[in-house]
Design a protein around this ligand. Structure first.
Ligand SMILES: O=C(O)CCC(=O)C(=O)O
Length: 335
């Protein structure tokens, strides 16, 4: 037995719930009382999929990388669909096409080359297939439990940097964008659609930061401009150890929504693509973010939604998420 497995066994024996009990009483946020054992396996469930080493790694670091999880064939289909959407051959309800702030200003670049991200592709059957891949959901279940909602979808097309360093993604915590809890029942899957490395701007994570709290976020003061909605943590320990997640096509990282992460500049001439989904337990519940650090993002999202759907002030931050969320496994209990 590895040292990690021994530690895991020890921890499980110290808990007053067995793995069988976890299965019997699935994901209800109310049912679990992790707070009395904050240091022990609060971030994952035992579903017989994660090895003890992987489970402990996630508990301690807030992420786990699984090699070769999505097939080349599927990734190539997602890439083709992305291209069809960019060529406007398909119209996807609710889809948001984001463009790089520096590239759109450059008049000689064709529009398609400025696309930095497709967001909210849940109504596109081909791209949404990513969120339902059984091999992804099996891992997601280790963090959310069996009732799973796909809450937020993105295809990130990090463009070659136009010289303004706008292709960087500032260090942030994804929970800043989410008015639902508990955070521990939310997880992101992020799949490399090609080889990603430091040259083309791979993900950078600060291991262990998922054990902290949600920090204040805002637009960073970057001279070359900042892309819309790219908020960054106002202050984080710049001396904290960093891990650059260099990945091959099809490799997938699962990470906690409090994990501080971002991505570097794309210094190559190619686009760096990744496809991603944030999942939450369907047992999660909405919170009111009034009076919290999330008020700024609430305001921005509501303004965008009001314009996009031509609705007034009546749309709530929670509504904007409830309409996007789609059940991918189990029962839609609460979200
Ligand atoms: O893929 C990237 O460059 C980072 C994406 C990311 O962290 C996000 O969109 O929240």
């Amino acid at each position: 037995m590895s040292r990690a497995a021994e530690r895991l066994k020890l921890l499980i024996n110290h808990l007053d719930r067995s793995s069988a009990a976890i299965r019997a009483a699935p994901t209800s946020a109310q049912t679990f009382t992790y707070s009395s054992h904050p240091q022990r396996l609060r971030y994952s469930f035992d579903t017989d999929l994660l090895t003890p080493d992987q489970r402990l790694f996630y508990e301690e670091n807030g992420f786990v990388l699984i090699k070769n999880l999505v097939s080349e064939e599927d990734i190539d289909k997602f890439r083709k669909e992305f291209e069809r959407i960019c060529r406007q051959e398909v119209k996807v309800p609710g889809l948001v096409v984001m463009r790089d702030v520096a590239i759109v200003k450059s008049e000689f670049i064709p529009d398609q080359k400025a696309v930095s991200k497709l967001q909210d592709f849940q109504e596109d059957p081909e791209l949404f297939r990513y969120c339902t891949l059984p091999q992804i959901l099996k891992y997601v279940e280790c963090f959310t439990g069996p009732n799973i909602m796909a809450m937020h979808t993105m295809l990130i097309n990090k463009p070659p940097d136009a010289g303004k360093r706008t292709s960087r993604h500032p260090m942030h915590q994804d929970l800043h964008y989410f008015p639902f809890r508990p955070a521990d029942r939310i997880v992101c899957s992020w799949t490399a659609m090609e080889k990603v490395n430091r040259q083309n701007g791979c993900l950078v994570v600060l291991p262990g930061t998922h054990t902290g709290t949600l920090k204040e976020h805002d637009y960073p003061e970057w001279q070359g401009g900042v892309n819309k909605m790219y908020h960054g943590v106002r202050d984080y320990d710049s001396q904290h150890p960093r891990v650059h997640l260099e990945m091959e096509k099809g490799d997938t990282v699962f990470f906690h929504p409090l994990l501080i992460h971002g991505s570097g500049m794309n210094q190559t001439r190619g686009f760096r693509k990744a496809i991603s989904c944030h999942y939450a337990s369907a047992d999660c519940y909405y919170i009111d973010v009034k009076g919290t650090t999330q008020e700024n993002i609430e305001k921005e999202v509501k303004e965008i939604a009001a314009r996009k759907y031509a609705v007034g002030d009546e749309i709530t931050f929670q509504d904007t998420w409830a309409v996007r969320g789609r059940l991918v496994q189990g029962e839609r209990v609460s979200l």
